[in-house]
Design a protein around this ligand. Structure first.
Ligand code: OSB
Ligand code: MG
Length: 389
């Protein structure tokens, strides 16, 4: 398959409620939706970068220029035989994993569609795992009462575990109140998005009696050294998110003892091929993984569900139903929570969902079409930057 042309749509979709993390607050979901065209078929993917480089260093702008100047030119004229070749083609480019991922994921979707197969089959998923247990990620709330209220609503809907965002000063008290309100059996975990330092060890130790499933990425976004020290000091298991960007990161973190659980996000690691390798390394070490999310529209969440069919995704993921995020999702049909707290993996070809064209044109604020040969490697800046050819 040779990519013929690409469409990039920038979408802005209102979130039902603002989402607050330790690094910021969002009331609008913004994303690049990439549609790849070849042989009369399409492949869809969504970039998980955000407006500002607060989760990690990538942004909508960096994704745009990485695609235009460095990644798309590396696929120009290439006859791709298998989707897992794409990662190797893009490997000379350092970093820019969210940009690599959106291109690579669209190729996976295209291949699955061209074979009339659901994506999970190409990824090697387990056919007995067509219902994925999911939880919900709850942003920082104005008060413990508000947190309990929101959490009880999600439990009533059937979500299987609660992930609570925390930051220094909004951690032990709301979690204690939540634990007391929902009882000892509800699965609760916390995600700090790198808001603490090793010197906060006593604050984090105070969470141990709450019997949290795990504490996600408490320390710096690139750290696996201090996390090792922290993991040894706490009884709460440490899960890494931001710090795991490759299968090598996963191996090192596991061997050091810096985490005992890994959150896999396809965008953060640069695509499905690497996500699968992180999964496999963790599995070989007996470390469970679960699938994270970045408040994606249904396009990105469909990819996440297909990936979650691999056998070591043993803990509930963050891929919640469409209604948890948006009054109107981009896709048809929307994702609906099953009464048993699972989401069903779409069984149509590829990711099994499509953008709804009316909603896509209503939510998009920018549209570009790129012919693949039109992209110049290293090019694209207006002030005479030398290009590689
Ligand atoms: O750290 O997992 C995170 C959202 C944006 C950025 C980072 C994170 C998150 C979430 C939301 O926790 C998960 C989801 O519902 O998609
Ligand atoms: Mg996280």
């Amino acid at each position: 398959m040779k990519i013929e042309f690409l469409e990039l749509d920038f979408v802005q979709i209102p979130l039902k409620s603002p989402f607050q993390t330790s690094f910021g607050i969002d009331s609008l979901k913004t994303a690049w939706i990439l549609t790849l065209h070849a042989e009369g078929l399409r492949g869809y993917a969504e970039s998980v970068a955000d407006v500002e480089p607060l989760y990690n260093e990538e942004t909508h702008a960096s994704v745009y220029f990485a695609l235009k100047n460095d990644l798309v030119p590396r696929l120009a004229g290439v006859d791709i035989q298998r989707p897992d070749e794409v990662h190797a083609r893009l490997a000379p480019v350092r970093g820019n994993r969210m940009a690599k991922a959106v291109l690579e994921m669209a190729v996976w979707d295209w291949f699955a569609r061209s074979q009339g197969q659901p994506l999970w089959k190409l990824l090697g998923g387990d056919p007995s795992r067509m219902r994925i247990p999911v939880g919900v990620s709850i942003g920082i709330q104005p008060s413990p009462e508000a947190l309990i209220d929101v959490a009880q609503g999600y439990l009533a809907e059937g979500y299987r575990r609660l992930k609570v965002k925390i930051k220094p000063g909004t951690d032990r008290v709301p979690l204690e109140r939540l634990r007391a309100a929902v009882g000892p059996d509800v699965l609760i975990m916390a995600d700090a998005n790198s808001a603490y330092r090793l010197s906060d060890v006593e604050t984090l130790k105070a969470l141990d009696p709450l019997n949290l499933m795990m504490l996600e990425q408490p320390l710096q976004e690139d750290d696996i050294i201090d996390h090792r020290v922290l993991a040894a000091a706490l009884t709460t298991p440490i899960c890494l998110d931001e710090a795991i960007r490759s299968e090598e990161d996963a191996r090192k973190a596991i061997e050091l003892g810096s985490c005992s659980i890994i959150n896999i996000k396809v965008g953060r690691v640069g695509g499905h091929a690497v996500a699968r390798r992180v999964h496999d390394i963790a599995q070989a070490h007996g470390v469970p993984v679960w699938c994270g999310g970045m408040l994606e529209t249904g396009i990105g969440r469909a990819h996440n569900l297909h990936l979650s069919t691999l056998p070591n995704f043993r803990l509930p993921g963050d891929t919640s139903a469409s209604q948890r995020y948006f009054a109107e999702d981009l896709i048809d049909p929307p994702f609906v929570l099953n009464p048993d707290g699972t989401l069903s993996v779409p069984d149509g070809p590829g990711i099994g969902v499509e953008p709804n064209s009316e909603r896509l044109s209503r939510f998009r604020t920018h549209h570009e079409e790129w012919t693949i040969q039109g992209q110049r490697k290293g090019g694209g800046l207006p002030y005479g930057v030398p290009t590689s050819f």
